[in-house]
Design a binder for this molecule. Structure first.
Ligand code: ADP
Ligand code: MG
Length: 411
């Protein structure tokens, strides 16, 4: 019996999984699928790239096999996700896994930021599975484009992100519209207190599935911290891309402006690079992602919000041009590389102004990252050594010193 079949999955689903190249269930799949098939609520915790999508998609599809289906189609399963990219990705994954089922399953994908009309049209006749961001879902319900009255399974994917993205109110409104009893599956890479509270309120006697990153099987993300003056980051980036012969790089920046600016600079020096942020049209984003996946585009320079949840298999290099705001974001960012067992490289640029912030990220992660310098790009501004056991007094220039130096340069 194939390993997926022994989890209790139907042959059509086993076949779809194997066609996608899934030879063995991942740890979260092995634990969550039997629990979900048994009708239990599941609280799943596993790092990014551990295969959580199939862990809920396969049970959803299998449950559909045993419910009476009608016309119009009833929404049996609702999957809530934090971003439009993730909605598209998760929806496509479910469609792919459903393809061999005897009775076709309709999967509707809805998200905000684009015109609502095509989505209303796509919901005509109903859909058994709806993958949605909470805000647009509520709009569609207001337009009577769909009903949640038949929902028997709810999935919250990337619950930490859902709350982060400011969806807490919308989420509460959606939850209030859902019938009971129903089965609830909640997945999250991290468990801040807001997610714990959500889980307590939502889940009924859940089976907890924790997949700690095991040192032996943890995909190897090599973390590097490179010291460089803030003003020289773009030339350094160009240098590293060329020296490392990096063919597919995701660069994180803090602002839309920086995304445009850095992409433009790289582009002008002959590197195929594109900006990727929330002000771009959905079409522009889709094109950029397709180009990146196909290898026509070498570098994507993205803001966190835009890059959230992007699943690109074999993304070898992630660069933190600007550091993320939180340690959680850092984990999510470096999780973009080394998905499902492949190894990856995460490079963070550290300058005098951001050293203290990076130390905080290291502390939260419980891991130190060796500081490095690249010949020709050594910082002129002094950076307090981090590996000397916290801040070293007297090493870092005071504000007064910096002002004095600036005055001396000008004078
Ligand atoms: P997560 O949601 O935990 O971040 P995903 O569900 O997006 O992870 O899966 C990450 C990648 O691993 C995807 O490219 C997916 O196709 C692949 N994947 C999922 N399950 C398996 C499996 N059992 N074997 C091999 N690859 C898998
Ligand atoms: Mg996921």
């Amino acid at each position: 019996m194939s390993p997926f079949a022994s989890l209790g999955l139907a042959p059509a689903l086993v076949r779809a999984a194997s066609e996608r190249g899934y030879a063995l269930p991942t740890a979260i799949q092995a634990a969550a699928i039997p629990a979900a098939l048994a009708g239990r609520d599941v609280l799943g915790s596993a790092q990014t790239g551990s295969g959580k999508t199939a862990a809920f998609a396969l049970p959803i599809l299998q449950q559909l096999e045993s419910v009476a289906r009608g016309a119009p189609r009833r929404t049996h399963a609702l999957v809530l996700v934090p971003t439009r990219e993730l909605a598209a990705q998760v929806g496509e994954s479910i469609r792919g896994l459903a393809q061999h089922l005897a009775e076709p399953v309709k999967v509707a994908i809805v998200f905000g930021g684009v015109s609502i009309n095509p989505q209303m049209m796509s919901l005509r006749g109903g859909a058994e599975v709806v993958v949605a961001t909470p805000g647009r879902l509520l709009d569609l319900i207001d337009h009577n484009a769909l009903s949640l009255a038949g929902v028997a399974m709810l999935v919250l994917d990337e619950a930490d992100r859902l709350l982060d993205a400011g969806f807490a109110d919308e989420l509460a409104r959606v939850l209030a519209l859902l019938p009971r009893p129903r089965q609830n599956l909640l997945f999250s890479a991290t468990f801040p207190s807001a997610v714990q509270a959500l889980a307590r309120g939502l889940l009924h006697d859940p089976i907890r599935v924790d997949v700690p990153p095991e040192p032996s099987t943890e995909p190897a993300v090599a973390q590097h911290a490179v010291e460089v003056d803030a003003a020289r980051r773009t030339p350094l980036l160009r240098h590293m891309i060329e020296k490392g012969a990096w063919t597919r790089v995701l660069v994180f920046v803090a602002t839309k402006y920086a995304s445009e600016h850095v992409a433009d600079k790289l582009h002008k020096s002959g590197i195929e690079a594109a900006a990727f942020h929330g002000d771009l049209s959905q079409g522009a984003r889709t094109r950029a992602l397709a180009g990146f996946k196909a290898g026509r585009l070498q570098v994507i320079v993205a803001t966190d919000v835009a890059a959230r949840g992007i699943d690109i298999a074999q993304l070898p290099v992630v660069v933190n041009y600007d550091l993320p705001r939180s340690a959680v974001d850092y984990v999510h960012r470096i999780g973009r590389t080394a998905r499902a067992g492949a190894s990856g490289l995460a490079v963070s640029f550290i300058s005098a102004d951001t050293e203290a912030h990076f130390r905080l990220i290291e502390k939260r992660q419980g891991r130190r990252v060796m500081r490095e310098r690249i010949a020709g790009f050594e910082p002129a501004e002094s950076i307090a050594p981090a590996l000397a056991g916290g801040g070293v007094k007297g090493k870092r220039k005071s504000k007064k010193d910096k002002l004095r130096e600036a005055a001396a340069r000008e004078g």
